[in-house]
Design a protein around this ligand. Sequence first.
Ligand code: NAD
Ligand code: UDP
Length: 320
Amino acid sequence: MIRKRILVTGGAGFIGSHLCETLLLQGHEVFCLDNFFTGNKENIVHLQDNNYFELIRHDVVDPFLIETDEIYNLACPASPIHYQYNSIKTMKTSIMGAINMLGLAKRVNAKILQASTSEVYGDPKIHPQNEKYWGNVNPIGLRSCYDVGKRAAETLFMDYHRQNNIKIKIIRIFNTYGPKMLPNDGRVVSNFIIQALTNQEITIFGDGAQTRSFQYIDDLIQGLLKMMNSKDTFIGPVNIGNTNEFTIKDLANKIIELTNSKSKIVFKPLPSDDPLRRKPDIEKANKELNWEPKINLETGLIKTITYFDNLFRKNCQSIK
Ligand code: NAD
Ligand code: UDP
């Protein structure tokens, strides 16, 4: 096995911390770079005894140099409440972050993977979404800082590849959930689980008929690794997501059932530009990467509920 030096930007976040953990288990040297905007030290504290793990507090909008073989560019808030908190900063993170990391890849001849998103398809007019679809994105709405920022980052990746021959990979991640999401993250799975565990009202935005296809974190990590290790000529973009589509109302009922909760459902206004339907076409990932998701919603939800339940118990004990 060759020990690679691997930089993970956004490494202290939900996806990044799982990725750092897996790369260390595979025997690699991992540089975890994060500005801790939505990252959490708790996610990576157990990795800090490993001599092959290095934590770097840095903001990707500023240039950064390190000798590295591969870069996973994950730095960017992903939940609507967090990416809209400072929308200009979100755009800077996507664009300046991409330029800085692509510049680094060019300088040290590293392979670089961009964590793009299903949001590049906007509120899609075709269903399910395949990679050839150019999307239906509002350029001036509340979600635009994220959607358009991620689209611009994809453009930069493609241009660095065409102009400078940088080895790039682009994956479009669909809704992912699992342990280590922030409890106050605002995303639907963590919100509903916390509301259900604490018997608070479950807040459905809109009538709950909008759909999403939820992927468990372990499936995504396998997809990320397979993409980074795929042949150089396969640069993507490639969808990585689960194809089982659920309405938000179905999700609420499933979580109430699995947690045995007394929570009641309440309906709140739908945020603007909230996509009505979302489901990936994963034929390309299947063919090029031999990848498909393995974990169904119920199994993944049970693991995630157990995580949040333990987190609450631990916090209650530390207060006592
Ligand atoms: P997250 O918010 O948990 O993690 C993002 C990490 O990036 C955090 O640790 C945060 O502190 C860090 N960060 C933010 N801005 C930074 C900056 N300027 N400099 C350095 N670090 C910065 O989110 P996540 O769910 O782990 O998402 C990781 C990546 O995957 C993001 O790029 C996101 O767009 C993408 N993605 C996630 C999903 C999903 O469902 N989770 C879906 C599509 C795409
Ligand atoms: N949502 C909801 N209640 C919540 C949080 C989210 O009904 O407490 C809805 C949200 O309006 C959207 C879907 O759940 O239709 C998924 O939201 P999330 O923020 O998790 O992801 P995204 O919209 O980026 O896919």
